[in-house]
Design a binder for this molecule. Structure first.
Ligand SMILES: [Cu+2]
Length: 188
């Protein structure tokens, strides 16, 4: 245990120190990205991530997030993708490890799939969807559970118990869902 601190909002105790593991590094700027749990920006390191998730509980699905920066109008990400692999897992504990390999901040939120199918949620005036049925989320940089967002070049993670069914993994940063940042996870 980590001495009773760093208890994440979703109830999991996360490690107080996350090892810095550089993957696929093509740039010398990606060093010491995690200090005191505060990741620093890793500009210019597209595709790289600056930390690794702890050993996950249950079945792990890796969620890869990419983008090509903001549009010129600045309101929506370009070529933003969110893909879970595998996208079918057995019921029970499921861990999501989300790697932000884009240039923008992202997150993943797990919601029951709506009856109209993926990508059909209504986007409000602020570019956000209704998260009232949020089952859990990964939205911290190099840390578990719920926070503000996952910085570029960082990993966020969370674990939850899921019943059989279909779920939608979404990024609910403003206008990201509308730009196509969702994927379906099937729990069998
Ligand atoms: Cu996003």
């Amino acid at each position: 245990m980590s001495g009773g601190h760093n208890r994440a909002p979703c109830g999991l105790v996360v490690a107080s120190v996350v090892a810095v593991v550089a993957l696929a590094v093509g740039s010398g700027t990606l060093v010491a990205a995690v200090a005191n749990g505060q990741p620093s920006p890793v500009d210019g390191t597209f595709g790289a991530v600056s930390c690794s998730a702890p050993t996950a509980h249950g079945t792990t699905t890796e969620v890869t997030i990419t983008d090509s920066g903001n549009s010129m109008m600045g309101q929506a990400p370009m070529m933003a993708t969110l893909r879970a692999n595998p996208d079918t897992v057995p019921a029970g504990q499921v861990s999501f490890v989300a790697s932000n390999r884009g240039a923008l901040v992202h997150e993943i939120v797990v919601l029951p799939l709506g009856g109209d199918g993926p990508g059909t949620r209504t986007t409000g005036s602020g570019g956000k969807i209704d998260e009232a049925r949020n089952l859990g989320e990964a939205s911290r940089s190099c840390a578990g559970c719920s926070g503000n967002d996952i910085a570029p070049g960082s990993i966020g993670w969370t674990t939850m118990t899921l019943k059989p069914g279909r779920y939608e993994l979404v990024c609910d940063e403003p206008w990201h869902y509308a730009a196509g940042m969702f994927d379906v996870l099937t729990v069998t």
